[in-house]
Ligand binder design. Structure first.
Ligand SMILES: C[S@@+](CC[C@H](N)C(=O)[O-])C[C@H]1O[C@@H](n2cnc3c(N)ncnc32)[C@H](O)[C@@H]1O
Length: 327
């Protein structure tokens, strides 16, 4: 496995986040069936295939470019990986096509890939100038970041930057955007980044640890790609598709996403569901899952030094208990 992954990393310059921890949590078994909802460049998928001989993986990504590269890079594992250009909220349709009614484990590694963020033409980053796009699936015809920046109301922009970007300057940033676009449309990532920087009060700009536009870009990307709704829809469905003993592993990079995963895990793992005011349990509900780690697993110093993006990654995992309901 180590050799396969080293070759993969050398070829792709791609470091899958929390790789060892993901394999420990997912514990893929020989001959098992797995779902990778965020294939990206295929790093985690390659490791699952290499760890679990004869396993099969249903691999999804909404980004056609990522999928094409991953397909090429995973050619060594041949027909064991089944590729779909699907959003992970639609995983059940992919499983139905494979005639799988359940999986032995599922993985999400949510967020953007280096392929997306490093390509200025995709508009995800303000390092390098590009159009305001940010769609992971450009062929979907969904509104791009340009639409958000140039067409959405002040109130919607402020709310987006405040909730998804968690930026205390959301109101000022939204106001600067709305005032600027009245003169002419905001077309590029550099224009937007400069505007956000100008909106930041001087004292805040001086003490900021990251570029002032970091949170605004994150918020717009999450809004454009409907990222929170995708995760909610996935969590609403996945548990019934897990085999008893099967594990769900989710890596998030945003506090709201981590909260959704934590809440879903608690819901599956809870016993009694009686209202608090009832002194003795009458529901007889039994826990359906076991939470593998009390606190989310984080990257160690060495990984963060090699891959700074890993610093905000949080991994949570649950195991479905034998006897819990399934399809
Ligand atoms: C962080 S990367 C995954 C990296 C991957 N685990 C690896 O080792 O190469 C996230 C990927 O998930 C994809 N993605 C994000 N949201 C998605 C969604 N809702 N449905 C399907 N793919 C999604 C992105 O296009 C991106 O390629």
């Amino acid at each position: 496995m180590v050799l396969v992954m080293r070759a993969f990393e050398e070829e792709t310059h791609h470091l899958p986040v929390l790789l060892k921890e993901t394999l420990t949590a997912l514990a893929p078994q020989a001959g098992g069936r797995y779902l990778d909802g965020t294939l990206g460049l295929g790093g985690h998928c390659a490791a699952i295939a290499a760890t679990a001989s004869d396993s099969e993986i249903c691999a999804l990504d909404r980004d056609a470019q990522a999928l094409a590269i991953a397909k090429d890079r995973l050619s060594a594992v041949g027909e064991r990986v089944h590729f779909f250009q699907y959003r992970y909220s639609r995983f059940a349709e992919a499983l139905a096509q494979l005639q799988w009614d359940r999986v032995d484990g599922a993985l999400l590694d949510i967020g953007v890939s280096s392929l997306q963020i490093d390509n200025a033409a995709r508009g995800f980053s303000f390092y390098g100038n590009g159009p305001l796009d940010m769609r992971m699936d450009r062929d979907s015809g969904a509104p791009s970041a340009w639409h958000w920046v140039n067409r959405e109301s002040y109130a919607r922009l402020k709310q987006c930057i405040a909730t998804l970007g968690e930026d205390p300057q959301a109101g000022r940033i939204a106001r600067f955007i709305v005032e600027a676009r009245q003169k002419s449309p905001i077309e590029t990532t550099e224009e937007l980044a400069a505007l956000v920087e100008a909106a930041y009060p001087h004292a805040w700009r001086v003490k900021a640890r990251h570029h002032p536009a970091t949170r605004t870009f994150q918020a717009l990307r999450m809004a454009v790609n409907n990222e929170l709704e995708e995760l909610k829809m996935f969590l609403d469905q996945i548990f019934t598709y897990l085999s008893p003993g099967g594990r769900l592993v989710v890596i998030t990079f945003h506090s709201l996403e981590d909260r959704f995963v934590k809440q879903a895990a608690r819901h599956w793992a809870e016993g009694c569901r009686c209202p608090r005011h009832i002194p003795v349990c009458v529901c007889d509900h039994q826990p359906e899952a076991r939470i593998l780690y009390k606190k989310p697993v984080r990257a160690g110093h060495a990984e963060v030094a090699a891959n700074p993006r890993a610093s905000s990654a949080k991994l949570r995992a649950v195991e479905k208990l034998a006897g819990a309901g399934h399809l």
